[in-house]
Design a protein around this ligand. Structure first.
Ligand code: FAD
Length: 473
């Protein structure tokens, strides 16, 4: 059954009192921001951006060498970007899911799977080591089929995964509905390794760990320019009120306008929208049978992701993935009523038992989409600068790996990570404006048509598939 996009009156009522702020950031545990940089300083390593990529880079740099003088610069506050507003699905996948990795790097998949699991174990170990209270739970993720044609794909994924070391289990309709009961569910695949986390608390915990190890953090400090010093020995980062001269620079700015302009070719900022319900009563929870804490997602091109919170709410996000002309990124784009009402309507189609439930929070966040859906890396300024971006909506786990690769590149180290094709190669670039906007919008329209038409892909999507290109969130 495909989703109907027209919101009913009762659906709109559920949005009457939403707060337009990310639920995770609306938390008394939010730390007081560090002061802005107001002078000229020097450092061994400067990290730009205090989301997961930047935090993991700073933390792992200090763990590897406590004497390294590490400075972390953040334009707003820690976790104000995607890291504080995501779904909190922490997957082992470094490749935006099993199928995407298998399609692109089949020979490397066993290694990518192994490194991905090691990475997730590393996240869990760090959470324990620094006592980070972030509701990290290895509760698994189930990807559900809501239409007949999706069932075969799920079965195939479960069958193929074992050969490369994954453990993805097929659930038929009865098994699926015994875990979570929606009239839309026809089958599912369970990946038990995926964890759920409170995303902002994870970021704030990493921030605390960085400070504990001596990282110098400056918040409300936007880097406005990056220049190489005349003798090419150092890089200078200019901020509104200060400046840092550093031996090495890590760029971890995700979907925000890149300091190296050429990176815009490889990444488009795409807005993803999310709702959070009020806590469910015991009987509401029983009506949907969802007693565990596993995360769920559905299997269309445009997909929803949803999970429960520690206090018994349901987070419901995804489906729309909106690109705003000229790489638009701005606070006002976080409020998109058409996406919120569509999301709410789809929520009640999935769980009609919950009619009457209210949403308390609604927000948007920006994702760094690459045409291959995975992160990519590179160097600049003769190897003194390195970056990672392009996670495309699956970066909560992968960002720690992304940070390790940044450090490998800055230290000019050959490791099992830097030898991967995924790391050595770049995604196919997106066209610049004025072509970017119409091409992305036509692709989105085509994906929507496929979702409304039993997955049948038009000539444009088939051409992109043949070239290994795409648009996702
Ligand atoms: C709504 C939403 C839901 C998502 N759900 C999931 C999920 O469930 N699971 C998953 O794996 N992934 C998910 N993602 C993706 C995931 O959140 C990101 O991949 C991950 O957080 C990226 O971390 P980051 O540090 O690279 O980027 P960010 O967290 O965006 O951090 C970048 C930081 O750089 C700062 N910055 C930018 N420019 C400058 C500058 N010039 N100077 C100083 N600072 C600067 C920004 O202020 C920001 O804090 C989701 C993303 C969104 C938006």
């Amino acid at each position: 059954m495909s989703f109907s996009n027209t919101p009913r009156a009762g659906t709109l009522k559920s949005l009457a009192d939403v707060k337009l702020t990310p639920f995770w950031l609306d938390d008394p545990n939010k730390p007081e921001p560090a002061s802005a940089l107001t002078e000229k300083i020097t450092a061994d390593l400067v990290v730009v951006g205090a989301g997961y990529t930047g935090l993991w880079t700073a933390l792992q740099a200090k763990q590897a060498d406590p004497n390294r003088d590490v400075v972390l610069l953040e334009a707003g506050e820690t976790a104000i970007g995607a890291s504080g507003r995501n779904g909190g699905f922490v997957a082992s996948s470094l490749t935006h899911g099993f199928n995407n990795g298998m399609n692109r790097w089949p020979k490397e998949m066993p290694k990518l799977v192994e490194l991905g699991h090691k990475n997730l174990d590393g996240i869990e170990a760090t959470i324990k080591q620094f006592n980070i209270d972030c509701d990290f739970l290895r509760s698994g993720e189930i990807n559900v089929a809501t239409e007949e044609y999706q069932i075969a794909d799920l079965r195939e994924e479960a069958d193929e995964s074992a050969a490369v070391g994954e453990n993805i289990q097929f659930l038929d309709a009865d098994q699926m509905r015994a875990r979570v009961n929606s009239p839309m569910y026809l089958a599912g695949v369970l990946d038990p390794s995926v964890a759920m986390v409170n995303p902002a608390r994870l970021a704030w915990g990493l921030r605390r760990a960085c400070l504990q190890l001596g990282v110098r953090l400056f918040e409300n400090t936007q880097v406005t320019a990056l220049e190489e010093r005349r003798d090419a020995k150092r890089v200078i980062l200019k901020t509104q009120y200060g400046e840092v001269e550093s031996k090495r620079v890590a760029l971890a700015t995700n979907a925000f306008p890149p300091l190296l302009k050429r990176l815009s070719l490889y990444m488009v900022p795409v807005y993803d929208y999310v709702l959070m319900t009020e806590p469910l009563s015991k009987s509401q929870r029983e009506s949907i049978g969802w007693q565990g804490r596993e995360g769920l997602s559905d299997n269309g091109n445009q997909f929803h992701y949803y999970r429960t919170s520690e206090d018994g709410r349901i987070l419901w996000g995804g489906y729309d993935a909106i690109y705003y002309r000229n790489n638009g990124v701005a606070p006002h784009l976080e409020n998109h009523p058409a996406s919120f009402s569509r999301l709410a309507e789809h929520f009640f189609q999935t769980f009609p038992q919950l009619t009457g439930l209210r949403f308390t929070h609604a927000w948007g966040g920006v994702i760094d989409t690459s045409s291959r859906y995975t992160a990519f890396w590179g160097k600049a300024c003769g190897g003194k600068v390195a970056y990672a971006m392009g996670y495309t909506g699956l970066g909560v786990g992968a960002s720690r790996f992304g940070a390790q690769v940044i450090l490998d590149l800055l230290d000019d180290k050959k490791t099992e990570r830097t030898e991967l094709q995924m790391v050595k190669s770049k995604p196919f670039p997106f066209p610049p404006e004025p072509f970017r906007s119409p091409i992305i919008n036509f692709t989105r329209w085509s994906l929507d048509q496929a979702d409304q038409n039993e997955g049948k892909r038009n000539l444009w999507l088939k051409t992109l598939d043949a070239l290994g290109l795409g648009f996702d969130s």
